[in-house]
Design a protein around this ligand. Structure first.
Ligand code: FEO
Ligand code: CA
Length: 676
């Protein structure tokens, strides 16, 4: 049995999503030499840096003067002094969601809900691709909002649809990856494709309540089935982007596996293409039944990117997802896509200057000098953290600013053991990024970002998920877990072997400038159950049994600069036993590292979003794959979900309806900022 088949048939991986992520247990980074032999007992952190490694003047330059105030000068704070004003929710697992008291919560959009005035009503037993193209897609992940009026009560909601779970979407199918995709007809594949991508839909708040505006003129679905896109930047038009249906290397049909994303200062929507490798197919197998790419011209690149994953049957019906017929097609995915949510006729653009990898997200900020800076992690075990700095500066003229992501410098992070971070530029002709190493031009460097970063000696991380910058030159990096890191592979920035709980790194860019090429880093929190010996008391002592979490994934910063974390801890290796949720996490002072629970998901759901409107009076949350992920780990739910027998039927609780991924909108009763 091939390794792939072992994974998808392993009962440990109870649903398709878990099996997919288990593929990430197979590191594709062959270049771990810079961590092997590096050591365990190295010191890390901001205090060590403050004490001795850097001089006072350097420290002041890096942190600003406020960092020099010793924490012991302040009176010790307790949980009652939390900057987040709400009563902590009790943790637990059950069939529905829970939110702390004092908040209104509305299910705003569910899989299948119409997003245009002429969309058909959802008929789950008779779904069609045509209907799905006008309805809200599956597995909502990133949520963003582009206001259309000055008070922000009307705007475009932008939502990514990351992937599909056929076992709970379609009657009678079960796990098709285990069944060899035998029952995957073209019609089912087309529905899956139409349920991927993104949704752009107008919403409006009237008398405090948010509603979908079905006749919004900009409403549209973006899908891998029928949304044409173009390219910008160094790899646009590159020979390695040319395919049988596109001699220009400038065109591609659609976007896939859109995980997190971001909103730009000029009001556009960035969609990150994450696990694109899983959608490609090949019939060329070795003697053990394992995909064999050795005859491919780009075998080295395919192996480094994990192409083809054969997670979906799309390549059986579409040549563009079959590398035996279209070997260059994988090079057209793995990018950041920019969408104008107020121009439904505009072609989305894949920006090749921001690199090609399994982009988790694309959160944006502006540097001291006005350059746009985008942080993006490569979510694979032992892969890297990146940021992009535009060449031009933000002007406030949207039509000009939409060109900013086409030209700039992509950097990869090296987390030094002494608490310094160095951002290494990926520039053709500099250092090892030359023709002698296979990089003939900047297009090659961007198409093969991972291989270029390998040569630069970037730090292999514990699965970089979301990265969130804050305006003061701070950024937070979610490292969700990495159970494959051995004791001799730990480094200061990834200090735990076999980490099933993950950790969060705080970066302080030099001079508070997000465009800086150096700064400092420290670990904000090592996640996990504080009562376990291998976790220890990593949390702020005020953190309760409700407040700790594992597997940080998405995050957001509200208008008061406070950090919020959503989790993906339901799956087998997280072993927290907790449903996923939204946690408020202190970053400053005596309560630094204190967290508390605000919202939790129905069983088997992962929490995505979160997104605060500019006034922080509305919070959008996305519950992804309810009823599937990790349900077998929870008492009372020890089974894998199917369409016929799901672990929950949230949010409808209709015996004829399977669970539906949904976007929720949260407001404070009586109005006002969330948690203030
Ligand atoms: Fe799609 Fe890395 O989460
Ligand atoms: Ca994620």
């Amino acid at each position: 049995m091939s390794l792939r088949d072992e994974i998808i048939n392993d009962p440990e991986y109870g649903n398709k999503a878990e099996a997919f992520e288990a593929f990430d247990d197979i590191p594709t980074n062959p270049n771990l030499g810079n961590t092997i032999g590096d050591v365990i007992n190295r010191r890390y952190g901001r205090r060590e840096v403050l004490r001795g490694i850097l001089g006072v003047s350097a420290t002041t330059a890096l942190f600003g003067t406020s960092a020099m105030i010793a924490p012991q000068q302040a009176a010790a704070k307790t949980a009652a002094d939390s900057r987040y004003i709400f009563d902590e929710l009790a943790w637990g697992n059950d069939e529905t969601h829970h939110i702390t008291e004092g908040y209104d919560l509305k299910v705003l959009l569910r899989w299948g809900d119409p997003i245009t005035a002429d969309a058909p009503a959802f008929d789950v037993m008779n779904q069609t691709p045509e209907a799905q193209l006008q309805q809200f897609g599956y597995n909502n992940d990133y949520v963003g909002f582009a206001p259309l009026n000055a008070d922000g009560t009307r705007g475009m909601l932008c939502v990514n649809h990351e992937y599909t779970n056929e076992e709970v979407m379609f009657p009678g199918l079960g796990r098709q990856d285990r069944a060899g995709f035998e029952d995957m007809t073209k019609e089912i594949v087309d529905i899956e494709m139409a349920a991927h991508g993104g949704t752009v839909v107008e919403i409006e708040q009237v008398d405090g309540e948010w509603n979908v505006v079905l006749d919004g003129p900009n409403n549209r679905r973006i899908t891998p089935l029928n949304t044409e896109m173009t390219f910008s930047g160094p790899a646009a038009g590159h020979d390695r982007l040319k395919t049988n249906d596109d001699a220009t290397g400038m065109s591609v049909m659609g976007t896939i596996n859109n995980c997190a994303g971001g909103m730009t200062p000029w009001g556009t929507y960035l969609m990150a293409e994450e696990n694109f490798h899983g959608y490609f197919w090949s019939d060329v197998l070795d003697a053990e039944g394992k995909v064999d790419v050795s005859a491919q011209a780009e075998a080295k690149q395919m192996k480094r990117y994990g192409v083809p994953g054969r997670w979906y049957a799309w390549g059986k019906y579409y040549d563009r997802f079959n590398i035996d017929k279209e070997p260059n097609m994988p090079n057209k995915y793995g990018w950041i896509v920019e969408v104008d949510p107020t121009d439904p006729t505009a072609l989305p653009v894949k920006h090749t200057a921001m690199g090609r990898f399994r982009h988790e997200g694309a959160e944006t900020t502006v540097s001291t000098d006005g350059h746009v800076v985008v942080y993006s992690g490569d979510d694979n075990r032992f892969d890297y953290q990146y940021k992009f700095v535009s060449k031009g500066t933000v002007t406030g003229d949207k039509s000009r600013d939409m060109g900013l992501l086409s030209d700039g410098t992509l950097y990869v992070a090296r987390f030094e053991d002494d608490g310094v971070i160095n951002w290494l530029p990926l520039i053709h002709g500099e250092g090892p990024l030359t023709a002698a190493n296979g990089f003939n031009d900047q297009g090659d460097v961007m198409i093969d970002t991972r291989l270029a970063a390998d040569l630069l000696g970037a730090t292999p991380m514990d699965r970089p998920e979301d990265a969130q910058p804050r305006g003061d030159g701070t950024a937070y990096i979610m490292l969700t877990n990495n159970t494959r890191r051995k004791a001799d592979q730990v480094n200061a920035a990834n200090p735990r072997p076999e980490s099933s709980f993950g950790h969060i790194i705080e970066i302080k860019e030099a001079g508070g400038d997000h465009a800086a090429t150096t700064g400092t880093w420290s670990i904000l929190v090592k996640c996990g159950d504080p009562t376990l010996a291998d976790v220890g008391a990593q949390w702020n002592p005020e953190t309760s049994e409700n407040g700790w979490f594992g597997s940080p994934d998405n995050c957001a910063i509200d208008t008061d600069g406070r950090l919020w974390i959503s989790t993906d801890q339901g799956s087998g290796w997280a072993k927290t036993g907790k449903s996923d949720g939204l946690y408020a996490l202190e970053t400053e002072g005596d309560l630094r590292g204190h967290s508390k629970l605000f919202f939790r998901c129905p069983v088997g759901g992962e929490l995505c979003g979160p997104y605060f409107t500019d006034d922080s009076e509305t919070l959008f949350l996305a519950v992804q794959h309810p009823g599937t992920d990790g349900t077998k780990n929870f008492v009372g739910f020890e089974r894998n979900s199917t369409f016929e027998d799901p672990a929950t039927r949230w949010p409808d609780f209709d015996p004829a309806m399977p669970p539906r991924p949904s976007v929720l909108v949260v407001t404070k009763q009586g109005g006002g900022k969330i948690a203030v």
